[in-house]
Design a protein around this ligand. Structure first.
Ligand SMILES: [Zn+2]
Length: 217
């Protein structure tokens, strides 16, 4: 716990998975206790988890979010419909109840899923040539996967990608998208699989290593 010159208490999980509480200079023990009690469910779910694989449970105007390899300032504004747009270094989230931190967090998750889907689809279209024609364009589904980045299924013609991948830079996203696209030709991770993958992306291994570094955040 650290006392800071801040207006409100915030609780976050650091890169090692430890809870860190920031409290205003004048907060009393009772204030802190009350705040901690209100966070107990969130704490139980998030302690020990790496920050990269979590999304905030509450969001306030001005909070920082991590997107496409960059920290961005989040601006929360009122609008009839949930959406998210980008302006230099910032993300603007629109939702009906802009003042409700929990609703803002769920609107952010919804907007993030839409963003992830459109980014991943666009990146996949760049590697369409590695997918045999009979598959056309496989459908992308976004899941909150934490143990793997993606999976490919020739039978259902689907690629499942982790929502958290949208936090990584584009070159890392591409390495996962291409990896799954190559599975439509080679289902296992044999020599032919890697030959095809490295032929299309010679620095695949460097990108995978970089992605692992990001995921430690
Ligand atoms: Zn694979």
């Amino acid at each position: 716990m650290t006392r800071k010159n801040v207006k409100r208490m915030t609780l976050r999980i650091d890169r090692q998975g430890n809870p860190c509480l920031s409290v205003p200079l004048r907060a009393t023990r009772a204030d802190i206790w009350k705040f901690m009690m209100s966070c107990s469910d969130w704490l139980a779910r998030n302690v020990g988890k790496r920050e990269f694989f979590t999304l905030p449970d509450r969001l306030h105007d001005g909070d920082e979010v991590f997107l496409l390899g960059e920290p961005r300032k989040l601006m929360i504004r009122s609008a009839a419909r949930t959406s998210m747009t980008f302006v230099s270094g910032a993300a603007v989230l629109y939702l009906r109840d802009a003042g409700d931190p929990e609703k803002a967090a769920s609107a952010y998750e919804k907007a993030l899923k839409e963003l992830a889907l459109s980014v991943f689809q666009e990146r996949l279209s760049r590697y369409a040539d590695v997918i045999p024609e009979r598959f056309g364009t496989p459908r992308i589904k976004i899941r909150k996967m934490t143990s793997r980045w993606g999976s490919a299924n020739q039978t259902t013609n689907e690629i499942h990608l982790s929502l958290f991948l949208i936090k990584a830079p584009l070159d890392c996203i591409d390495s996962v998208v291409l990896h799954e696209a190559v599975h439509f030709t080679h289902m296992d991770h044999g020599t032919e699989f890697y030959e095809m993958l490295l032929d299309r992306m010679p620095d695949y291994k460097q990108r995978s290593t970089k992605l692992k570094e990001y995921a430690r955040k």
